[in-house]
Design a protein. Sequence first.
Length: 432
Amino acid sequence: MTNVVVVGSQWGDEGKGKIVDWLSERADIVVRFQGGHNAGHTLVIDGVSYKLSLLPSGIVRGGKISVIGNGVVLDPHALVAEIDKLAGQGVKVTPENLRIADNATLILSVHRELDGLREDAASNSGTKIGTTRRGIGPAYEDKVGRRAIRVMDLADMETLPGKVDRILTHHNALRRGLGEKEVSHEAIMQELTSVAERVLPFRETVWELLDKERRKGARILFEGAQGSLLDIDHGTYPFVTSSNTVAGQASAGSGMGPGALGYILGITKAYTTRVGEGPFPTELKDEIGQFLGEKGHEFGTVTGRKRRCGWFDAALVRQSVATNGITGIALTKLDVLDGLDELKICVGYKLDGVQIDHLPASQGAQARVEPVYVTLEGWKESTVGARKWADLPAQAIKYVRQVEELIGAPVALLSTSPEREDTILVTDPFED
Ligand code: IMP
């Protein structure tokens, strides 16, 4: 028995929801360790659909502890709204089943506004990132700038006013530069005090809780958000999110030492998608891209934006296997490829006429690379709902084996429809 870290191995939206749900049923504790309410997934349990952005997936199941770790940036108003929405669906969120790290950074209205103001300004100059406008980047900036307000600060009325002054000195200078109205001390104090009583009952010394539970033998699931190619260090910078999304962050973002992380499961879509701006070497702007988008329902859960679609990029996923230390992958949405005459997999790139085997870090080079493909025969049969290898057409198995070989990691789970049971289980990550 081991703990499990789930990460996206591409640009997010790999179908983590279904797999995390399956795993969270078997976990005692589910931990978010990075990102914020920029993430989004829908869980369907007994025919009821629950939309989560900030809360860990374990929250909709009884008898589990859900944890928001210190690596998360937490919008307290978004948290309260999500808790209230779940209450309307009959899910009770209490300090029994939710714990929030007292050292997690808060997202304030000034962060959300700054995110939007910058994106609007960048639209005119063509340098837009295409963020979710939730204030994620600006909140992490303040964390690293050592002026953030954290969960525990809501309980300390002695020091909070000084912290608000400090953060506002910074933000009002930025706002003046952008031609925006300044924000008053009273407005931010009101924003924080109005929500403090709702947030503080959940505060927890998370590293200690995890240490105790781990020693008792609890199964801990770390639920990553976004994907490895959106990682602030390892992703396609600057078109990335502002947190480390790779598996190592499960440790830093929760306070559980890396030796206890266990199995690293990389959720991997059988083709590639991306939302927002940035390089995408295998993007298909033709009818095949359209086919993948429509068949795969590729629209953002949080912003509703249409996702860009393209062929599977094995060079990128191979990189994610390395940067995350992926033990095995969960391959999702294979069925979306059913019916295509032929399939391409990117195995490397050509950069200025020279063949390379990984995406270079430079933004200019990333924009210039051309994918090098291998072509495989497609299959006409439906793979929807396959639950064992024998249910799959030979060409589909060949595709999966080729993916495994090219990325250097085995398939642990293969998902063949949004239904939980439509999964081929090769290795149970908790039992590995
Ligand atoms: P931010 O995280 O809102 O700052 O957005 C930065 C980039 O990450 C943008 O390209 C977003 O589209 C992308 N992004 C953020 N969260 C997600 C997610 O959950 N899935 C896919 N892309 C995401």
